[in-house]
Design a protein around this ligand. Structure first.
Ligand code: 1HE
Length: 269
């Protein structure tokens, strides 16, 4: 089996390793505006299925060029003239990739620029944190293309902005951009023009310093618990906290707080 974190294992993704288990995964088909073809989805599945076991502590997900991602590779889809069965299975592979991302336990920070549209928004939605700049824009052009979302927008985009805003986006092609997108919940951070990647790197570097088991719980358990009833989620939370909050590696951090050497939480200056 090819090494999950070896750059040569990938053609459509570019991988770079940084300090402390931080990896940058870049969609690397800028000539095609990083449109998601079958091969790219398979590479995302391979990376995110193996990332945690390979020691990846955090990921910055980026897109090469001026646009993060143009969504489904419409040319591939058009040329393949797929059957319903074929396309259902294409979508199931997208879900495999995006569920591995959301539920896989490795924190993912998406650095977004330019178009984040259709399946590109579905991909970005599977990251845990999204960082944009004022030129980043979000849309669901499926309505205009005569198709429908198939990569989880009905779940994750609805979750971020509410069902009726998502319906409006796909019905009308409405574009959200910049601060308005942050205010609605499509992204958590906005930077100066051109700075979304650097900000994502800062955030991911900080996140990578958390204990891996803590990050696993945050980037897996929260999503699972959101799918449960309140009663079941409370029970599951207690079980996860039982495991995470007693991990031996946490004792040094708790001791540092007890002996007053750990940083305190202060208001923003
Ligand atoms: C593509 C794609 C694509 C560009 N599939 N090849 N997504 C969309 O409806 C968005 C379609 N794309 C666009 O609206 C624009 O291309 C962009 C706003 C993203 C960028 O515009 P621009 O002017 O920089 O680029 P371009 O000239 O439109 O495209 C440059 C090349 O990228 C060109 O290829 P070339 O070989 O002619 O140079 C385009 O064909 C190619 N390209 N976007 C394939 N999407 C599981 S269901 C999910 C459903 C969806 O995702 S629907 C949303 C599809």
């Amino acid at each position: 089996m090819q090494d999950v974190v070896h750059p040569d294992s990938y053609e459509n993704l570019a991988l770079t390793a940084h300090d402390n288990g931080l990896y940058v995964v870049t969609l690397n088909r800028p000539d095609k505006r990083n449109a998601l073809d079958v091969a790219t989805i398979e590479e995302l599945i391979r990376f995110f299925s193996g990332a945690r076991m390979a020691g990846v502590k955090a990921v910055v997900l980026a897109g090469a060029g001026d646009h993060f991602c143009a969504g489904l590779d419409l040319i591939e889809h058009w040329k393949a003239d797929r059957s319903p069965d074929d396309f259902m299975h294409v979508c199931l592979r997208w879900h495999e990739a995006f569920n591995k991302m959301e539920y896989g336990g490795v924190p993912i920070v998406a650095a977004l620029q330019g178009a984040v549209v259709g399946g590109g928004l579905e991909l970005a939605s599977a990251a845990h944190i999204r960082v944009i700049d004022p030129g980043t824009y979000f849309a669901l052009p499926e309505g205009q293309r005569g198709i429908f979302t198939g990569g989880g927008a009905t779940i994750r985009v609805s979750d971020m902005i509410g069902k009726y805003r998502m319906i409006d986006m796909i019905l009308t092609g409405r574009v959200y951009q910049g601060q308005e997108a942050v205010d609605l919940g499509l992204a958590q951070y906005i930077t100066d023009p051109g700075d979304s990647f650097d900000k994502a790197m800062d955030l991911a570097s900080k996140i990578a310093q958390n204990l891996p088991l803590t990050n696993f719980a945050i980037c897996s358990a929260v999503s699972h618990m959101n799918n449960m009833s309140g009663m079941d989620a409370a029970y599951a939370e207690a079980v996860v906290a039982g495991v995470v909050n007693t991990q031996p590696a946490a004792r040094a951090r708790l001791e540092a707080f007890a002996n007053k050497s750990a940083a305190r939480v202060r208001p923003k200056s």
